[in-house]
Design a protein around this ligand. Structure first.
Ligand code: NAD
Length: 478
């Protein structure tokens, strides 16, 4: 009693007690669970209303979100539209277009032994789902999973990243204004708040971020037997084969790499240049960087900044792991790190062992495809593998002899904008997937339903006592 009075006073005064995140988390989840229990989120009409409201938020509040992303990441308005707001709007439109079809019960054939009967799967919402998102695409990676969670008829709690504070605050302010506030909640904060949330029971957790925290999330989820989707990172390689138009490939690689200043989970991490292509490719990459961001990218309105000092220091420490072909300039005060290409990199150097997640692109030279496949298969499975090759046989071999979350031939990153493709990793890059109907599958349960009339009672042969005649019949049927 005394404790709760004290907590009320502390709350009034804005003082955050040590046990407050846990109490807040429990109360928020209880509120969402109470809403789910009423059945309010189940009708398709409610789901469609939420999706349309989220769409309205993204269009009406685009200026506020664009400002927040500029403050957090120096993101240009065009990049914000294409890779954050517009992306989620497309995801909503695709979902609204197909939702009824995705939710339709699916009839499946019934074995003869059970006839007459009907069998089908129905898509059941899971309940209350938790979405934990990172800082690099704080709108897209928070709201795209939310689209799936709502489309599948769930209540949802979003925990945005504290490293993108302006966007986190904007989402916390705006989402309850547009969406059903008893069905969708935003909890801001860092590890303490997330830890408090993870003590609660959720019906699914979708976490996007690094693998270390992914393990924490999975261990916490195990206590409640909560299923998880882990969207992690990795080192996505780009293979370049001789015979490729190197200038065109360099433009595509530079675009995919230096978007969001290299802070994209699907960004090319490094290049494996085969058969003597490394030198000319590095030159073309330097040209592509100049054509996109000018001779001084620090002055380009289209080039982003590193999220915080810790990542800036981590990245600049990697610059010494090779010969700088272009770039290398940096300024800690503005967290600017130029688009950088490194050559003569030792495959054992730190830049080749940790995920770079910034605007540094090592170009390694390998003799041929066999060497590239061996190099790739000796490392953890990444979110994507990219290849620039004129040879159909190379594509066939890469698809058949390597494992990654996705494969992109001729273009990095863009596979995730194809709404019909699943987005997710494999092995160290995570498990489970979402986007489009994969989101609805992730956030719902395919409930198996068998419906058999009581009469006629065709089950008589299965009831004991078993006679020789019943046994003969059962053995013929099963
Ligand atoms: P981050 O630091 O924002 O962390 C992600 C989330 O985990 C945040 O919400 C944060 O508050 C929470 N968190 C941090 N420490 C925690 C702890 N101890 N306990 C509980 N929760 C905690 O983001 P990040 O991890 O730096 O993100 C970058 C990584 O994410 C990269 O590896 C990148 O490849 C990966 N990523 C993957 C995808 C994908 O879709 N697969 C997308 C983007 C980023």
């Amino acid at each position: 009693m005394e404790r709760s009075l004290l907590s009320d006073v502390e709350r009034e005064l804005g003082v955050r007690g040590a046990d407050e995140p846990a109490a807040d988390a429990a109360a928020t989840v209880a509120r969402l669970r109470a809403t789910f229990t009423t059945g309010r989120t189940r009708p398709t009409a409610w789901r469609r209303r939420q999706l349309r409201a989220l769409r309205a938020l993204l269009t009406e509040q685009a200026p506020a979100l664009t400002d927040a992303l500029a403050a957090d990441l120096g993101k240009s308005p065009v990049e914000t539209h294409t890779s954050e707001l517009g992306f989620v709007v497309n995801e909503i439109d695709h979902t609204l277009r197909h939702l009824e079809r995705w939710l339709r019960p699916r009839r499946v054939p019934v074995p003869m032994a059970l006839l007459p009967a009907r069998a089908r799967t129905v898509r059941d919402p899971l309940g209350v789902v938790l979405v934990i998102s990172p800082w690099n695409y704080p709108v897209m990676l928070g709201l795209a999973p939310l689209v799936g969670a709502l489309a599948a008829g769930n209540c949802a709690l979003l925990k945005p990243s504290e490293l993108a504070p302006a966007t986190s605050a904007a989402l916390a302010r705006l989402l309850p204004r547009y969406l059903d506030p008893d069905a969708v909640a935003v909890v801001e904060g860092a590890a303490a708040q997330t830890t408090a949330l993870l003590e609660q029971r959720f019906d699914h957790i979708l976490y996007t971020g690094n693998g270390t925290v992914g393990r924490i999330v999975m261990a916490a989820a195990a206590r409640h037997l909560t299923p998880v989707t882990l969207e992690l990172g990795g080192k996505c390689p780009v293979l370049v084969e001789p015979g490729t138009d190197l200038a065109a490939a360099a433009r595509r690689i530079a675009w995919g790499k230096f978007l969001n200043a290299g802070q994209s989970c699907t960004a090319p991490d490094h290049v494996l240049a085969l058969g003597g292509t490394a030198e000319p490719l590095a030159r073309h990459l330097a040209d592509a960087i100049t054509s996109m961001y000018g001779t001084d990218p620090a002055r380009s309105p289209d080039y982003g900044r590193i999220i915080d000092d810790r990542h800036f220091d981590r990245l600049t420490a990697l610059l010494g792991d090779g010969r700088v072909v272009t770039g290398g300039a940096h300024d800690r005060a503005t967290r600017y790190l130029a688009p950088t290409v490194l050559a003569d990199v030792d495959p054992a150097a730190p830049v080749m062992s940790e995920e770079i997640f910034g605007p540094i692109l090592p170009v390694l030279s390998l003799p041929d495809l066999d060497a590239a496949i061996a190099f790739f298969n000796a490392r953890a499975k990444p979110l994507a593998l990219y290849a620039f090759t004129p040879h159909r046989e190379t594509r066939r071999r890469l698809l058949g002899e390597t494992s990654s979350g996705a494969v992109g031939f001729g273009l990095p990153n863009a596979h995730l904008t194809v709404p019909g493709l699943p987005f997710g990793g494999v092995g160290a890059s995570g498990f489970g997937s979402y986007h489009g109907h994969y989101s609805v599958e992730t956030f719902s349960h395919a409930k198996a339903v068998l419906d058999k009339p009581l009469s006629p009672d065709t089950m008589r042969a299965a009831y004991p006592p078993f006679t020789a005649a019943k046994e003969r019949l059962l053995r013929r049927l099963l």
